[in-house]
Design a protein around this ligand. Sequence first.
Ligand code: 9WN
Length: 430
Amino acid sequence: MTGAVAATTLRDQARAVLAKNDRGSFIAPGPHQYPGQWNWDAALITIGLAHVDPARARHEVHQLLQGQWSDGLVPHIVFWEKTSDYFPGAEVWDCLPISGAPKVPVTGLTQPPALATAIRVLHERDPDRGFLESVVPAVERWHDWLNRERRTDSGLVAILHPWESGTDDSPRFDRALEAVHVDDASAVTRRDTRHVPPEQRPTDAQYRRYLTLLESLRRSGYRPATTSAAFAYGDVGFTSILARAEEDLASLWAYLGEPGDRCLQRRESLRRGLDHAWDSRARCFLDRDLVSDAEVPDSGDCVASLLPLYPGMAAGRRAKSLASRLEDGEWFGPSEDHPWAVSSVSKNHPEFDPMRYWRGPVWVNMNWFLIRGLQASGMHEEAGGLRAHTIDLVSRHGMFEYYDPRTGLGLGSPDFSWTAALTIDLLDRP
Ligand code: 9WN
């Protein structure tokens, strides 16, 4: 597909993608490759469904929350279907025997918490008090868990596996992962490369590390102290998404006539954490490797470093500095050789790779977070430009998982649910 299509046609195409990936009890991220309900995918899918089928959106939220652990963690995947088509599947995670696990097979990790934001969009489109009463306390327990278990002295929220960031093979994790001891000669099972060419996916060396970390997390019931985990990483992107979600959760409590003070207090502490992560020499927010207790200089070359815009927590000159990187062709913006933006890694970075997963391609969910962030930061013209650019990309090239910034050609999974859902949101809620 190379020509732009009319907005109504695009919206219909997006609805058709969501219908295609609807497995009845949940909507899968794509038609193949990801046969489960993923956490932040479900939230972003809910945002799109809010405009076209609110009842189906409410169902999606209920389903995800059925996977909640008794301590509050909402898992990164709920495996609703028995399948051997995904690795590592439910049997590798082996959560059912662990005390506090839900009755459905899940993982013991979490993912960026966009759910409260999604529920707010849904409620504002189609108010339903009964629904809010049934889900808001569960989201509160998840946020409380994140605050209790994952907030660190650095002020940033810790992730214990790159999969928790949702930006799995981003180069910002490379150094921290190198320190994880693995047998580099060991065989590694891959199912993902049956569906997608290997040059568009993480390498075997990365998968070995992912699986080694999974093993060690499983041995501790997926609840190691952040101070003893083999990989513990203060993530600016995750922290920013949670900060926005705390504000949205406070609004949801307000709709229920309850105070949202706890959410606003947690939000304030996340703001302080982000403030602390600002590096005035690099002029950007930097992640922190919590194992070596050091800033990660090249995290500033990865798109998640721009996400403090999203909760409106990069004010004044900081916001301007992020917005100029976002637009600069040598960084994340469109250039002559790379006309499609936002690239997930700066073109300056030695590891920039336009086709490999989170190491260069354009992702529509990141563009969406940044459009909403530019709006939250009062940069409406810039937001409008990125919105039009993103709709144009999807309209010309189809609803893919990610895109080559040189050509706009779709990569990874075709008919990708969050690309479809967020396209609907961008069309319906400019
Ligand atoms: C591991 C489902 C998920 C997304 C992540 C994306 C990718 C999984 C994988 O797919 O991760 O969780 O197997 O590669 O990185 O953001 O939620 O779409």
